[in-house]
Ligand binder design. Sequence first.
Ligand code: CP
Length: 316
Amino acid sequence: MTTTLETTVRHVVEVGQFDRAGVERLFAAADRMRELPRTAVPLSGRLLATLFYEPSTRTRLSFEAAMLRLGGGVISTENAREFSSAIKGESVEDTVRIVEGYADAIVLRHHEQGAAHRAAAVSAVPVLNAGDGPGEHPTQALLDLYTIRHELGRIDGLRVALVGDLRFGRTARSLARLLRLTSGTELVFVSPPAVPMGDDVRAELDAAGVPQRDEPNLAAVLPDVDVVYQTRIQRERFATSEEYEASRGVYVLDRPAMDRLNPGAVVLHPLPRVDEIAPEVDADPRAAYFRQAHNGVYVRMALLTAVLGGDDGHDS
Ligand code: CP
């Protein structure tokens, strides 16, 4: 897939595929999806397969809601690791070669980094990466940036703090990479010592001229940032529970933290949360994480329409 979503097989496997024009076009399409009449069925007769080898609430259900709201149908395996033929030893490549004969597009979440690339390499139908281990979660990053634009009215000139597990957290990795397409952005990484942002992402940001720094003191960051992107410590990716416990609970957004936060800022989280945002924060107008999750339907409607060639309501 190219950033313009104009090739014949339009995989979405990583944010590196996108350029600024493609992102703007996608966001405009997502805005139109907000207003799409319930009677509109641009993907009528098309079928989406959702293959999830890892648990999910938001990504699977919002992709499926998006497809159904576009008039299409869905087939799904929500625990493919256990209840698909993966348990018998079938490779993801073979599974995709089968499912491409059943559906017009495949949404894949897999526990192995690179699995979406491997699937896309053999698939005759579009593959959309719904998270590949600690690798990428590109559609989440797109909905995150869309939410920033929706909440703050712009995506340029922002100071963004990425907080929490930046090593295993694929959403933070993808969002950091996507922010290279913005101008005047400053990134602050606030992470426990064991889970820093990866050197691969830092090098990409350096190449794009995005200023970035590490800051262990969250309280010092809060008054000066426009976006706080809080993330969960990814328990399932640690080798031992001791290593996990050493990183959890270090950075928590609670009422005192919100009192320090820039009044014009917005708080995002890809969710699910565990204990890194106190429930008392939910009622703060700057807490946008539930609105963020709802935006996922519109962004995924726009993505599905783009990769499946449906009418997105744009007058051309
Ligand atoms: N944000 C996200 O990927 O959530 P799920 O794991 O529930 O899909």
